[in-house]
Write a protein that binds this ligand. Structure first.
Ligand SMILES: Nc1ncnc2c1ncn2[C@@H]1O[C@H](COP(=O)(O)OP(=O)(O)OP(=O)(O)O)[C@@H](O)[C@H]1O
Ligand SMILES: [Mg+2]
Length: 293
């Protein structure tokens, strides 16, 4: 069994060690984090809460192994859009959507695409770190596997915990206290623990909704480093109100805007350098230069 923790290619647990005891392949073969990054495409996405349309005709393509930043004023629909990408929007009472979300070309809203599969393929990290506070650090990492009923052996689990914590940039700080509760970590460490937890189920895309907004500058730097490193493994879409952060971590950026009670739309999407350095729409220029929002 081999896990490479440097850059791809990554060998999944259970794929390199041949037969195991009892002649079975590794039970965690499907549980390993590095299953490859996917392309993600939203096509003509609309969203409603009740009768109110909050997103209109949003089309966005995200290349595999890239970081895309979503920016825009409060209330323009960035979080709603992220929730549509991994089918969390439909859990909100009264919420509806239209359009397509394609993961490597497959519509995650197609009847044969299960919601649990979507959530596994497309992970989410929230603004407020939300580890299970009483659960150990190690158990927090593997909580997603436990929830979706994936069985892993003790050694595979230990390896998975280490790999995910390494990838989330937390291993060195917690390797001697993996049995301590997740809630005993600092806010920044908790957020990296949540990233490790998201990685453990093997997502191909990671969505991050203002993952640093509750963190101090040092923790923010650590998370940004982690994002840059992870982008060689998974596709990342990050919502941020921090323009410098968008410039530091992303290759592409999309500017969302909801004008005068209208639904949110993408005004402009481009390479990050060009969206910030030479925006083509005057509204984008006003926003990125801090003239509103
Ligand atoms: N559960 C909900 N029920 C009704 N309306 C909602 C709900 N969640 C969000 N909205 C509305 O949908 C619109 C988009 O909200 P959303 O949270 O997606 O914006 P956002 O761009 O993420 O804002 P922020 O930058 O403040 O996080 C807003 O008008 C908001 O009031
Ligand atoms: Mg939001």
């Amino acid at each position: 069994m081999t896990i490479r923790i440097d850059d791809a290619p990554i060998v999944p647990i259970g794929s390199g060690g041949g037969k195991r005891k009892g002649g079975r392949r590794g039970s965690a073969a499907g549980a390993h984090p590095w299953r490859g990054a996917a392309a993600l495409e939203a096509v003509g996405v609309y969203a409603w809460f009740g009768d109110t349309m909050v997103l209109e005709d949003v089309t966005l393509s995200v290349a595999p192994r890239s970081v895309t930043a979503l920016i825009g004023p409060s209330g323009c629909g960035k979080s709603t859009f992220l929730r549509i990408l991994n089918r969390m929007h439909e859990s909100v009472p009264g919420a509806k959507m239209a359009g397509e979300v394609l993961l490597d070309g497959q519509d995650v809203y197609a009847p044969d695409f299960r919601i649990t599969e979507t959530r596994r393929e497309i992970g989410m990290v929230f603004q407020k770190p939300n580890p299970f506070p009483a659960m150990s650090i190690a158990d927090n990492v593997t909580a997603g596997l436990t929830l979706n009923g994936t069985k892993v052996s003790r050694s595979e689990r230990a390896e998975l915990v280490e790999t995910c914590l390494l990838r989330a940039g937390l291993w060195d700080e917690v390797k001697d206290r993996l049995g301590r509760p997740g809630g005993a970590l600092s806010g920044g460490q908790q957020q990296r623990l949540c990233i490790a937890r998201s990685l453990a189920v093997g997502p191909k895309v990671l969505l991050m909704d203002e993952p640093c907004s509750a963190l101090d500058p040092t923790s923010t730097n650590r998370i940004e480093e982690t994002i840059r490193e992870l982008s060689s493994l998974v596709t990342i879409v990050i919502v941020t109100h921090n323009m410098q952060q968008a410039v530091r971590v992303s290759q592409r950026a999309a500017f969302f805007l909801a004008e005068q009670g209208a639904p949110g739309r993408i005004v402009e999407q481009a390479a990050t350098e060009s969206l910030f350095g030479n925006p083509s729409d005057s509204r984008t220029a006003d926003y990125v230069h801090g003239r509103f929002g």
